[in-house]
Structures are given as C-alpha cells and as structure tokens.
Design a protein around this ligand. Structure first.
Ligand code: SF4
Length: 251
C-alpha cells in the first residue's frame, strides 16, 4: 500500500467549515482533476489533473486533524469533493486509512466514474457516506450533459448497494435536461431499487461558476439556461417524497 510519508496528492483547495457537503460541519477537501465535463460545472478550475497544487498524504491528514474537535462536536467529518476524488483513489488510500484510525467520519462526493477494482473496493471500506451524483438516467443524455455515459456511475451504485454503504444521491436539476415531473417519477422508481440510499438531495442548477469559465476562456454552454424555480424544485421533491424517498433541498 502507498505510504503516508511518500504519497503525494494533487488538490485544488480546502474549506474548513462546509455545511452543505454531508452531515454536521465538514472539512472539505477539493481534489484536483475530473474526467467529466459537466455543462454546468461550477468548478472547471478543478478539471486539469496537472493543475492545483501538490501536498503529501501526511500533510493532508495533519491539516484535517486540526479540525477534529469541531467535527466531533457537530457530528460532522471530512468530505472529499472536487473535481472527482476517485481519480486519485490510490493516493487517497493511506489518507483514508489513517483518518479511520482517528475515528473521523469520511464522506466522498463523487460521480462514481471509476472502475470497481481492488483499490476502489479497499477505499470504500473506509467510507462512511457516499454522495453520488446521478446526473442523468438516460446514458445518451448523460453523455450530452457530462461528456461520458452513465454506465460506470450505475455500476458504482450497484457496488454500494451490495456493500450496504450509506449513500445520498445528488440530482442537479437542469432545465430542458432533467426537470420534468415525469423524470422525477422515473428518478423515484430508479432510487427505490437501492435500499442503501438514505435520501436524494435536489440541487437546482445555478450559474455561480460562470465567471470561472470566463476566466479560463472556455465558452459556457448553458449561457441561456435559466435557474429552475423554487416551486418546481418543491414539486419534484414532493414526487420523490410521495414515493417514500426522503429529500433534501434548500427551502
Ligand atoms: S463531476 Fe463535478 S467537477 Fe467534474 S465536471 Fe462535473 S460538476 Fe465539474
């Protein structure tokens, strides 16, 4: 296994007191690198695996443990987001293993676009909560929205089910892609097949990251897409809840 002293990771940034990335107060590690190219991405500056900065696994653990007290007081923990944290799954192994020894609650925010190989299986053994982005149920639409089909995400979710790993599904509602009541019912029917899913978090598409696309000189594809209304989000949440699926969304 990779060792804590010699392993290097590439990160975008840290956030010391996140409140929207899992239960309690979270220390959030934004990992660098992502294989997807979501049209609505609000962190395009995390895409390049050669960008960001490097940090040793040991330094990362030390940084996280500085916040141990508030994590425990708030029933929080650490969340690995990005970017796509699983792109550096091998390097994350010694970090997760050490954090688990220190009884830190570990969540990952991922699109699950990785193979279920030995490293993935081992890494997930340390994970307390997976926040999985299911960006579109139809593979062709998923590809249009993100650049890749959804088969790996689905395989990943099947593995989480098999291993009974607590999972929150994240649904970013994008007008003209996945925002209809009919789609909400399909989403509910899909989620019902996974008893390990504790809730669905509904996140309305927003344009907060557009300035980053401009800074990076990349044309923003959803320039003319409006943000969905609160009323629509409530309606979609209602459909999921009528199907017995707890939801989380900003009220
Ligand atoms: S998976 Fe996340 S970081 Fe990657 S492109 Fe999509 S929104 Fe951006």
């Amino acid at each position: 296994m990779e060792s804590l002293n010699t392993t290097m990771l590439r990160i975008h940034s840290f956030e010391s007191a996140g409140t929207v990335d899992g239960p309690g107060i979270r220390f959030v590690v934004f990992m660098q690198g992502c294989p997807l190219r979501c049209q609505y991405c609000h962190n395009p500056d995390t895409w390049d695996i050669h960008g960001g900065r490097t940090i040793s696994a040991k330094e990362m653990v030390q940084e996280i443990l500085k916040y141990e007290n508030f994590m425990h007081f708030s029933n929080g923990g650490v969340t690995f987001s990005g970017g796509e944290p699983l792109l550096q799954k091998k390097a994350l192994l010694p970090v997760f293993s050490e954090l688990k020894k220190q009884h830190i609650h570990i969540a990952i925010d991922t699109a699950g676009t990785t193979d279920i190989d030995e490293t993935t299986v081992k890494l997930l053994e340390h994970v307390d909560l997976v926040m999985l982005d299911v960006k579109h149920l139809a593979s062709a639409e998923h590809k249009k929205l993100t650049g890749l089909p959804n088969n790996r995400t689905f395989d990943f979710l099947s593995h989480l089910k098999k291993e009974h790993i607590p999972t929150w599904i994240r649904w970013v509602v994008v007008p003209d892609f996945n925002d209809t009541e009919k789609y909400a019912q399909m989403y509910a029917d899909f989620v019902k097949q996974y008893p390990n899913v504790e809730l669905v978090e509904i996140l309305p598409y927003h344009q907060h990251g557009v300035y980053k696309w401009k800074q990076l000189n990349i044309p923003y594809p959803l320039e003319n897409t409006p943000e969905p209304s609160k009323i629509l989000i409530e309606k979609l949440a209602q459909i999921l809840e009528q199907n017995g699926i707890p939801t989380l969304y900003a009220k």
